[in-house]
Design a protein around this ligand. Structure first.
Ligand code: AMP
Ligand code: MG
Length: 488
């Protein structure tokens, strides 16, 4: 691998150098060969031979520079003070095959100075969820952390019950969160200039060409965050804990806890059990992204040339960027051009889904069964299922809507419409029930189901032989989607 361990050269107040605490008897969970190749890990015999020991914290290769990072954050809208890597370590920074920086971060690696009341560990259940979700989002084309693999162990970890300790080697373009800057502003304000230069040089080097690199950088963070959240909305992803310590400065999805993929469409869906007010409900995510950036940006006023007015200019593109990306994406999901008539059809369609509690993923995909039935037998079945779920009144709404929709489609090149629909409407997302079945088997020592779901989600936009009916089953309309607990 091409190591580029630069974080360890920054001011020493920003991190704590330490090795992982070994897990007891680590064993193979799953390994992502594609990520290993992209990182250059696969070309290193020592790393390939010893990957289980490395993830188990028993062996630290000579080129690794493990450290825990300090950061702070706003959690559920409140200033939470110092947080930091309480159970994860930045193990190494590398340049991947495309010359992009990638962090290798071991989650579940033991106690650090930032562990507070925690035990420094991660359980198998949450490790599998994070592993599969990073993979799912990446393969769906949404910026996200991914992982090299995970191990399970004999280390016992206490949550509501005793569970097996596990560790995940997370791979992300950066592990710097909005909360890093919040920590610096409170605890080491003199390093803000150096740290900002580091963020620009490492992750946004193109901003150096601007007349005002800091402002260009901040605007780019705002725009990337807006685009990421638009992607989430389009695919039906709810992050669940959009605290400032869980948002990356690169606009890449980070920190999977009680996340969920929308099943029966309900914009007010709250997937996090601890989110009593619905702050992080699906439909609030765009506004929360803005809220987070708005508390983050003023810290940069310490730097020369940054004023309240120039910061307002940095934040201003957020809404337009989000709207443009979201609306364009919505039109593509319907195979329509991005224009006013398409958008009104799209919003009527979403209302139909909401009023009838239809499955978000299956219903969008089902439209291929309407538009090009001959080539889409699977989608025709989805369409049948969907229409049988419509009440009497809704049948009429659907007839009326689908006639107007088809009329729009007929004016277009069908091939283009089908292509847009096929590449923007997945057949498979990581439904909670899928993750749960994989977890239940893994907790019995069987990892075949993790592997099958992993392979299924490697090609989420095409129908696959390894799928079974349960992979596309929406929960019954009267079963509320289970909120997921934060305990992990
Ligand atoms: P999260 O809710 O997972 O984003 O974590 C919020 C903060 O709590 C971060 O600083 C984590 O490092 C820390 N944390 C979460 N779980 C643990 C744990 N089991 N042990 C130590 N720190 C933890
Ligand atoms: Mg976190």
């Amino acid at each position: 691998m091409r190591y580029q361990n630069t974080y360890v050269n920054l001011d020493t107040r920003l991190y704590h150098e330490q090795p992982p605490t070994p897990l007891d008897n680590p064993r193979v969970g799953h390994f992502n060969t594609q990520v290993a190749q992209q990182l250059g890990w696969a070309n290193d015999e020592d790393l390939m031979t010893n990957w289980v020991e490395i993830l188990g914290g028993q062996y630290v290769p000579a080129n690794f520079k493990p450290l825990s990072m300090a950061y702070a954050g706003h959690q559920f809208g409140q200033w939470a003070g110092q947080l930091g890597d309480g159970r994860g370590l930045l193990m190494a920074q590398v340049l991947d095959n495309d010359g992009q920086p990638q962090d290798l971060h071991l989650k579940g690696a033991g106690l650090t100075p930032y562990s507070r009341m925690g035990d420094g560990r991660a359980v198998l259940r949450s490790t599998i969820r994070e592993y599969l979700c990073g993979h799912a989002l990446t393969q769906l084309g949404i910026p996200s952390s991914n992982a090299l693999g995970f191990v399970v162990s004999d280390t016992r970890v206490r949550r509501e019950r005793i569970e097996a300790g596990a560790a995940l080697m997370r791979v992300a373009d950066s592990h710097i969160r909005l909360g890093h800057v919040e920590w610096i502003a409170s605890f080491a304000p003199d390093v803000l200039g150096e740290f900002t230069d580091y963020m620009i040089d490492t992750y946004y080097p193109e901003c150096r060409d601007s007349e005002a690199p800091v402002l260009a950088f901040l605007t780019a963070v705002v725009e990337r965050t807006a685009r990421m959240i638009a992607d989430w909305q389009l695919i039906g992803f709810a992050h669940g804990v959009m605290n400032t310590d869980n948002l990356s400065i690169t606009g890449s999805t980070l920190d999977f806890g009680p996340f969920g993929f929308m099943e029966r469409f309900n914009p007010a869906w709250i997937n996090n059990h601890s989110d009593h007010t619905g702050r992080y409900a699906y439909q609030n995510q765009p506004a929360i992204g803005h809220w987070n950036l708005n508390v983050w940006l003023p810290h940069f006023m310490r730097l020369e040339g940054v004023t309240r007015e120039t910061l307002a200019d940095c934040l201003a593109p957020y809404e337009a960027t989000f709207m443009q990306h979201y609306q364009q994406g919505l039109c593509r999901k319907l195979g329509l051009p991005h224009q006013r008539e398409s958008l009104s059809l799209a919003f009527e369609w979403l209302t139909l889904l909401e009023d009838n509690l239809l499955d978000y993923t299956n219903s969008f995909r089902a439209l291929l069964g309407l538009v090009a039935p001959a080539d889409h037998p699977y989608e025709q079945k989805l369409l049948d299922t969907m229409t049988t779920e419509l009440s009497g009144d809704a049948q009429q709404v659907w007839q009326d809507w689908s006639a107007r929709y088809l009329a729009q489609i007929e004016q277009l090149l069908l091939e283009q419409a089908v292509n847009d629909m096929t590449t923007n409407n997945p057949v498979y997302v990581l439904r909670n029930s899928m993750a749960q079945r994989a977890i239940t088997a893994a907790e019995q020592g069987q990892f075949e189901e993790v592997d099958r779901v992993f392979r299924l989600l490697a090609n989420p936009y095409s129908v696959q032989d390894i799928a079974n009916d349960l992979d596309s089953n929406a929960p019954a309309p009267d079963t509320p989607q289970m909120p997921i607990s934060c305990s992990s």
